[in-house]
Design a protein around this ligand. Structure first.
Ligand code: NAD
Length: 241
């Protein structure tokens, strides 16, 4: 990796993560399963239409996802990213709705697609509340009287944090992309905001780097996250320490 240590400030490492980083913790990804997520049609459980048609099914789906997240542990890849805060400014932009980056100890995590441990008004998407790992039940109300819904950005909804995420990517000294198929927009377009002279590193056992059309030097560590992250972290520490 061709990377210079900045003078008088910490290096900014921006990390875009997707479902793949949590796969080895036991949370399945969903691409490559014929548009199904854990056996469910995405249209039925992760769109505003799905909610309008059968909100009880959507509640059940996310209650099951939440129970799963409660059972699992952050893996080595999440932990090494948290540990890199010892040597650089690590800013994580994740598409994941789980809390495994926080569980590992990362302190700067932006969730583009919401968080499974939160609920909000189904009327305004406001009045966000922490629910931890509790279920959201039919009849649980937000303070505005509407049914509580999972605090998740569904397909077809605006992504309110996208401009904050683009600003973060624009400030990166190095951009690391871990475990995302780069299929879901606008998240997949974030790489375009990186300065053209910074290195981009992709960790993924498949080839999402083929979808990156930037002039940056792109290095692909074609491994699972728990194998690729140790290689990347060692390289960063060698440059900075
Ligand atoms: P995706 O399922 O579309 O793609 C997963 C990517 O991870 C693929 O490129 C795959 O090759 C790679 N991968 C698989 N195993 C890996 C491993 N062990 N290490 C590294 N990479 C691995 O995921 P996406 O691009 O994040 O898009 C999915 C959408 O679904 C997101 O919007 C997200 O909110 C949601 N989702 C979230 C979770 C979660 O929170 N953990 C899980 C499933 C889906």
């Amino acid at each position: 990796m061709n990377l210079k240590k900045p003078i008088n400030r910490k290096l900014k490492l921006v990390v875009l993560t997707g479902a793949g980083i949590s796969a080895e913790s036991g949370i399945p990804t969903f691409r490559g399963h014929n548009g199904l997520w854990e056996g469910y049609d995405i249209e039925a459980v992760a769109t505003p239409n799905g909610w309008a048609k059968n909100y009880r099914l959507v509640l059940d789906f996310y209650n099951a996802r939440r129970r799963k997240v409660a059972e699992v542990q952050a893996n080595l890849a999440h932990k090494l990213l948290a540990e890199l805060e010892e040597v650089c400014d690590v800013l994580i932009v994740t598409q994941n709705i789980d809390n495994l980056h926080e569980q590992a100890g990362s302190t700067q995590v932006l969730h583009l697609h919401g968080e499974i441990t939160k609920a909000c008004s189904s009327l305004t998407k406001g009045n966000v509340v922490d629910i931890g790992f509790d279920d959201i039940n039919d009849g649980d109300k937000s303070t505005d009287g509407s049914q509580l819904r999972p605090f998740i950005v569904w397909f077809g909804e605006e992504v309110p944090m996208i401009s904050n995420a683009a600003e973060i990517v624009a400030e990166a000294d190095v951009l690391l992309i871990v475990g995302t198929s780069l299929e879901v927009y606008p998240a997949a377009g974030l790489v375009q905001y990186a300065n053209s002279d910074i290195p981009v590193v992709v960790i993924d056992p498949n080839s999402p780097s083929g979808k990156i059309s930037v002039s940056n030097a792109v290095e692909h560590l074609q491994y699972k996250a728990t194998k690729g992250l140790p290689i990347f972290a060692e390289e960063i520490r060698k440059i900075l320490c």
